[in-house]
Design a protein around this ligand. Structure first.
Ligand SMILES: Nc1ncnc2c1ncn2[C@@H]1O[C@H](COP(=O)(O)OP(=O)(O)OP(=O)(O)O)[C@@H](O)[C@H]1O
Ligand SMILES: [Mg+2]
Length: 261
């Protein structure tokens, strides 16, 4: 993996909201084909970092390079083109409840390609097959379990054959088994489709199941980037407290409670 070229390079990214620095000089490189996990407490800026990587928001300072191209300085048109090479499975991006599973998955294809319906149907079937939802094409999302909805969301995220897939809390709200199924799927998709995967999560089981490398975010900064073993055996007291979920330690518990409100 060390030999792979860098897919996404975040350099000195800084962003404030209402005068409060949420991202403070963040730099990290994500290699092609790896599953890169971003972890950190509630409100520490994980989703904000992800939104910068997808070009959804602009930083106050710093850059995001995708295959060497600077997303932060592109025209809206150029950015739109690049974004088609990204798949996104976001925290709140639910399926559209008034559309069937197949219509949800085919939406990006109908919006962004000129493929005819027959081809789209074949692609959608294939994508639903990849996430284990073959036979559920006509189902309305409200009849699916939480885990199946997530899987349908993943099928939609990979509809356009992306190079990079961004996942924001992909297993939020799922029971441990459904969570493990989604994790397995993220790993399968990554391997089968040779994807670069960027996953935001604070589920420790998931982190240590899926990550090739992990970045720990804290107080707007990257505390440490490392492999699972490096993070597991981290000398950093904040990292140790976080991965063990301990109340005692350097993490300011009060600020965590505020962030949760
Ligand atoms: N558009 C915005 N305007 C103002 N403040 C914002 C905006 N987006 C994010 N924030 C603030 O930035 C901080 C980081 O938010 P973010 O959603 O990135 O955290 P997070 O690490 O993803 O948290 P969680 O684990 O709860 O999803 C929060 O305090 C949030 O209120
Ligand atoms: Mg978030």
């Amino acid at each position: 993996m060390d030999q792979q070229p860098i897919a996404i390079s975040v350099q000195h990214l800084t962003k404030s909201f209402d005068g409060r620095k949420v991202l403070d000089d963040i730099s990290l490189d994500i290699r092609r084909g790896e599953i890169f996990v971003i972890m950190g407490g509630s409100g520490c800026g994980k989703s904000t970092l992800l939104r910068h990587m997808t070009g959804a928001i602009k930083p106050d300072f710093g850059t995001v390079l995708f295959n060497g191209q600077d997303l932060t300085r592109m025209s809206a048109n150029e950015l739109e083109k690049v974004k088609r090479r990204f798949g996104m499975s976001f925290q709140s991006a639910a399926l559209l409840d008034y559309l069937s599973v197949e219509d949800n998955v085919s939406l990006p294809l109908r919006e962004h390609t000129k493929l005819n319906q027959k081809i789209i149907d074949i692609i959608v079937k294939m994508k639903l097959g990849l996430v284990g939802l073959q036979g559920f094409e006509k189902m309305m999302p409200s009849f699916l379990s939480g885990g199946m909805r997530k899987r349908a969301g993943l099928a939609r995220a990979i509809a356009m054959d992306p190079e990079v897939v961004f996942y924001d809390e992909p297993s939020a709200g799922l029971d441990p088994i459904a969570c493990a199924v989604v994790d397995q799927l993220i790993m399968d998709l990554s391997r089968k489709l040779l994807l670069t995967s960027v996953v935001v999560t604070h589920n420790m089981d998931s982190v240590f199941r899926i990550a090739d490398r992990i970045a720990m975010l804290y107080n707007g900064k990257v505390l440490q980037v490392g492999t699972r073993d490096e993070i597991r055996h981290s000398q950093h007291p904040v990292v140790q407290q976080f991965i063990k979920g301990e109340l005692e330690g350097p993490i300011d518990i009060r600020s965590q409670e505020v962030a949760l409100q």
